[in-house]
Every structure is written in C-alpha cells, then in structure tokens.
Design a protein around this ligand. Structure first.
Ligand SMILES: NC(=O)c1ccc[n+]([C@@H]2O[C@H](COP(=O)([O-])OP(=O)(O)OC[C@H]3O[C@@H](n4cnc5c(N)ncnc54)[C@H](OP(=O)(O)O)[C@@H]3O)[C@@H](O)[C@H]2O)c1
Length: 299
C-alpha cells in the first residue's frame, strides 16, 4: 500500500465484513477515511474497532441508507464539507434478499447495490474530479457471471417471478457495466477520474446470513456465519482486491479479483469479466436507465 497521507477516501458499507477491512487498511496507510454507513450505532462501533487497530486513525462519517435515494441526496449534500475526494469505494451490498420494494419503488437489491451507488457517485463527482486524480472502485462478484441478461427493464415494474439469486447476479453485473461505462464517459469528458472494480472471491462476512435471515447474527444467521468462516477466506483477504483496485498503479476499467482456484481466494490480480459485462450497448443503456431512475444526468 502506498502512503495515503493527505488523501480522502469514502467507503460505503464499512460497518461489516469487507468494508471494515478496507476502511481500516486505508486508514492504516494514512488516508482520512469517511465511513459511509446507515446505522449511527454501527458507525460508532466500527470507529472504535478501527481506532483500536490503528491508533490515531483519521476517521470521519456520513450517515447514508443506499436503498433510499433521498438519504443518498442528504448524505451527498453533507459530504460537501469534505472537500476533494480521492477515492470512493462503492462496497455496501445485500445478497439474495426476499422480494422487497424500497420507498422509491425499486427492488431492494438493485437499489442498494446499484442505484444508490450510481446516485452517490454522480453527486460526489465534482469532488472526485477536484484534485485531478480521483478513483471510483465498485465491488462486484464472481456471481456476475451467473446473470443471464443485463437489468435493462423498467426498474419500477416488479417481475412476475422473483429470483433472489438471479437479481443479485444482475446487480453485480450492473456494478461492472457501471464501471466500464463510467470509465468511458470520464475519458470522453476529459475528467481525471479512473473507474475500477474488484471482487473478493468468497469471503467470510455477514452477507449470506443477512440475505437469508434479515440479520447478521443469532439463530440461523450464526450457523450460516460459521459455515462461511469454515469454508471461505477471511474478510481481510477478501478486501485485498478492493485495496489493489483502490491504490495500485492500474488503468481505469481494471477489474481485480483473487488469483487462486476459480478466483475464490488468494492474492489479488487483474481478472476478466463476462462478454455481457463488456457489452457497450448494455453499459450505455443501463447508464441511461440509471440517470432516469435517480433523476441525475452526469458526468
Ligand atoms: N463476502 C463475499 O464472499 C462476497 C463475494 C462477492 C461479492 N461481495 C460483495 O462485497 C460487498 C461487501 O459485502 P460483505 O461480504 O462485506 O457483506 P456484509 O458483511 O453483509 O457487509 C455489507 C455492508 O453493506 C452495508 N449495507 C447493506 N445495505 C445497506 C444500505 N441500504 N445502506 C447502506 N449500507 C448498507 C451493511 O451495513 P449494515 O452493517 O448496516 O447492515 C454492511 O456494512 C458487497 O457489495 C457484496 O456484494 C461479497
């Protein structure tokens, strides 16, 4: 990790799993890290946890519920006080939750994993370009390979049959379509921001238990967490591809993941993505749908 003193990094979903590890290591490298989470109590606990591991860590916070477009707008307005932002890590996510619509009429998984981050990135864009070297890193998944098609329908019309895992795969495909289109648009606009993506392989976090039970611990959630701990790599190791995408000297559009068998674990390296993820028409169309859905045209 290079020295990040003087840099500002915003990390979404810092209150658990990969986000905590990512935020902690960015802080250890000297960055001012802005913890962007939805629960003030959990932000307090994460602040204490990171400070215990990295005494003197420079931490700030933003309260944001990514499943609410209004909350994202409020948080972005508050973020104006931060000044230039060097790094935005779009890490927060939910996986395979039950069919649920948000107050904005969007699918919960699509709202949290894609639309909330699309709006947040767009609203923070002026601060990301301000210092001439910003980066946006979005956390995708090997599950993007399971998406049969891109999420290009009307996002406010519920599907006839809901596939929890199918929608999750589409949200992770959306993270890559977003990254590649953002990189193209930033280049076209001459904006000095790089867009990269990462995936952790399979890492022991609360993602599975939260998606299946609606909570991170207790009862079935604890059993699922124990299974993940026994079979997956650690959250710290899972955060390495994100940290590589965030800090290594890489071109915009690079996707980092683990180098081991089936990209499930191991040290990070640049990896490939599916033909569907690299489809420029799908990238363009998702961008247009996203602009319309969140009510913001950018860059
Ligand atoms: N773990 C894996 O094996 C794996 C594999 C592939 C991809 N990923 C991706 O990695 C990312 C991080 O997941 P994780 O494994 O670290 O899971 P995790 O332990 O469940 O952490 C998820 C984080 O997202 C936050 N979050 C969820 N909904 C939110 C909302 N509406 N607004 C704001 N924050 C919200 C959670 O906040 P709360 O603490 O408040 O719930 C938590 O901080 C996700 O994008 C996931 O898709 C993980």
């Amino acid at each position: 990790m290079p020295d990040l003193a003087g840099r500002t990094a915003v990390v979404t979903g810092p209150t658990s799993g990969l986000g905590t590890a990512t935020a902690r290591e960015l802080a250890r490298a000297g960055a001012r890290v802005v913890l962007a989470g939805r629960s003030p109590d959990k932000l307090d606990a994460t602040t204490a946890e990171i400070t215990a591991a990295v005494p003197g860590a420079d931490l700030d916070r933003l309260v944001v519920d990514l499943a609410s477009l209004g909350s994202v707008r409020t948080a972005a307005a508050e973020a104006a006080r931060l000044g230039p932002i060097d790094l935005l890590v779009n890490n927060a996510g939910v996986m395979a939750t039950r069919a649920r619509r948000t107050d904005d009429g969007l699918d919960l998984q699509m709202a949290t994993n894609h639309f909330g981050h699309f709006l947040l990135t767009g609203l923070l864009w002026p601060q990301l370009v301000a210092d001439g070297g910003g980066r946006v890193v979005s956390v995708s998944s090997f599950m993007h390979t399971r998406a049969r098609h891109a999420p290009l329908g009307d996002p406010r019309t519920p599907p006839r049959r809901y596939s929890r895992w199918g929608v999750y795969a589409q949200t992770k495909l959306a993270n890559l379509l977003f990254t590649y289109e953002l990189q193209r648009r930033a280049e076209a606009a001459g904006a000095p921001v790089r867009a990269l993506a990462a995936h952790p392989g399979y890492a022991a976090t609360h993602l599975l238990s939260y998606g299946q039970t609606g909570r991170g611990t207790g009862g079935l959630a604890s059993i699922l967490n124990a299974v993940a701990s026994a079979t997956a790599q650690s959250a710290d190791d899972g955060a390495l591809p994100t940290l590589m995408a965030a800090t290594a000297d890489l071109r915009g559009g690079t996707y980092c993941g683990p180098s081991g068998f089936s990209q499930l674990r191991g040290l990070p390296r640049p990896v490939g993505s599916t033909k569907l993820a690299r489809d420029p028409e799908a990238q363009r169309r998702l961008w247009e749908i996203s602009e319309e859905t969140v009510g913001l045209g950018w860059p």
